[in-house]
Design a protein around this ligand. Sequence first.
Ligand code: NAP
Length: 244
Amino acid sequence: MSKVALITGGSRGIGKAVAIKFAKEGYDIVINYRSESDNLKELKNELSKYNVKVMCISGDVTAFDRWGEIAKEVIEKFGSIDVLVNNAGITKDTLLLRMSEKDFSDVIDINLKGTFNVTKQVIPYMTKQRRGRIVNISSIIGIIGNAGQANYAASKAGIIAFTKSCAKEFASRNILINAVAPGFIKTDMTAVLSDAIRENINNQIPLKREGTVEEVANLVYFLGAEENTYITGQVINVDGGMVC
Ligand code: NAP
């Protein structure tokens, strides 16, 4: 039976590249999206090349109960969830003095609580299967912090602590759980930055360029695939050497 990978926020950016990578490797794909878009249609077309089953399922990662329904539906239709990639995330950057309570709680609710919500609803099925891989998308900002990103940094640091704790809890069930910490990756999330900021960041990267979504997806696949049998509880940076 083919393996199934579920990717949150999978219709664009890093999530989309992860979905394509797992499809290329023969996994059936469940793409979670928040809103219907042309991106989703394009991705469905792209995935149809790979001769795998594809399910697109709407749901906001902040809606805890909805994720109970989603997990059940995937199991009913595809039979298992072998890989979960908690990718959905947002930024609401501003200096702390200007940051509203909502700016802080929105980012924590989606990035950190969303990772909890989806994991909590999916992991009972992995426990029953006695196998699973979870890859949580953190960020190097969760390791080093950044002015203007106190909310985002806290959410991504929380994801790292959550990852390590869950890895310890579920190792005995053959569920391996790791975090990936991307650096500066070319997506819609970073497209809002000015050329001056972009150049400044690129100068701080030993490899002197932004990363691509495919470079992140390759690492996510490495950790999420069944060939990974001995790496759990780790945070691996994909950042061109920015943090080392
Ligand atoms: P992106 O292009 O902005 O895509 C974000 C994805 O998350 C979209 O598919 C979006 O869905 C989804 N999403 C946002 N809020 C959601 C919610 N409440 N429920 C369900 N889905 C939701 O961002 P990206 O750059 O690919 O980032 C993906 C992940 O990598 C994020 O966790 C981000 O923090 C992390 N990351 C990115 C970078 C970078 O440089 N790009 C660096 C470090 C870490 P909609 O299309 O419906 O909005």
